[in-house]
Design a protein around this ligand. Sequence first.
Ligand code: HOZ
Length: 432
Amino acid sequence: MTTNDELFARAQRVIPGGVNSPVRAFRAVGGTPRFIQRGQGAYIWDAEGQRYIDYIGSWGPMILGHGHPAVVEAVQRALLDGFSFGAPTEREIELAEAIIALVPGCEMVRLVSSGTEAGMSALRLARGATGRTKFIKFEGCYHGHADPLLVKAGSGLATFGFPTSAGVPEDVVKHTLVLPYNDVAALEQAFDTHGSELACVMIEPIAGNMNFVRASPPFMTRLRELCTAHGALLVFDEVMSGFRVALGGAHSVYQQLIPGFKADVFVFGKVIGGGMPLAAFGASKSIMEQLAPLGPVYQAGTLSGNPVATACGLATLKEITKPGFFDALTARTQALVAGLEGAAREAGVPLVGDSQGGMFGFFFADELPQNYGVVMATDKERFNRFFHGMLQRGVYLAPALYEAGFVSAAHTADDVAATVQAALGAFKALRA
Ligand code: HOZ
């Protein structure tokens, strides 16, 4: 048997840090990343044969769990017909139609291969459609690693403590205005000063890259009003929350909370690919028709709308649109969060959690944080010890406190009970 340590040592010789995306490296929590050999349902197994209950789910896409039979079958069938053509296929239309049917206001989509591509392209589209350059993003929101968006972002940038990446020229980010999340006064001031220059405001409406933090309804209401008043587009980055917090994503959640609410541009990823490299951005017809070949905003991709990825995404969407899917997923996720809070209480550890649909977060704090600064001030040391306590007990959480967690339809009540039991032990160990 090859151990995780041996694989990590080998990986570090040929891959920077031994990983192909920094958040996998266990740098924040210390120790050796687990090299995953296979997954089935709610479980993954590492190179040493250790089984874990998986609450990362590939950082969100695996909403059905690993190896769902209907998805596997669809992918196998698609593979036999060919991997990639660089030409249009009927399945791309079907997936675009399926996405549009679930998100009112999103009338056309363009399929791409990653959330980074989708976020970057949505920004270019917003700039092209408005003829403006500046835009607002929020501290702790992560919209992929394109240069103008890599400023005070959450996820890996928060984990490793560098607010903005080296290699991103000042000139490129001078048009990026970064504001605190959920801060109406800062938003109003920014619009007062720059309103007529703003192409868009990009937001994770339910942020999953500074742990789990939701935009408050008053903040979202004011954001919509200001965008409308100043002609800036409101871009909902739903790479994490889309088709995950509800069938219609966070957009449908805010539509229920705020009468008449509608975003202008949408960014999707993760769940719509079911675990394959697939993402999308969309908007009204009039905005999307600015894209080449119809309009002057260029955007392209050799593997965009890949036939195997679209088969995987379509099969996944078909499962999650079945009646009762989100009710069951929501109930299971709520049970997990309530169980974690209960176990922490029993162990005398302050902990507060939140969830929406199949996405959740928890903090070693008394109150839910409303922005990145407060998340950064929560007890990192405690989280890191808890993370390892859970890993030892067979539960795989994201290896950084700046990440949300994900429950899949494959997680059973027994899995939740086992997780809560493990958490009780890990919480008690924190007090030792
Ligand atoms: N950004 C995702 C987690 N917050 C995962 C993608 C990655 O950075 O590897």
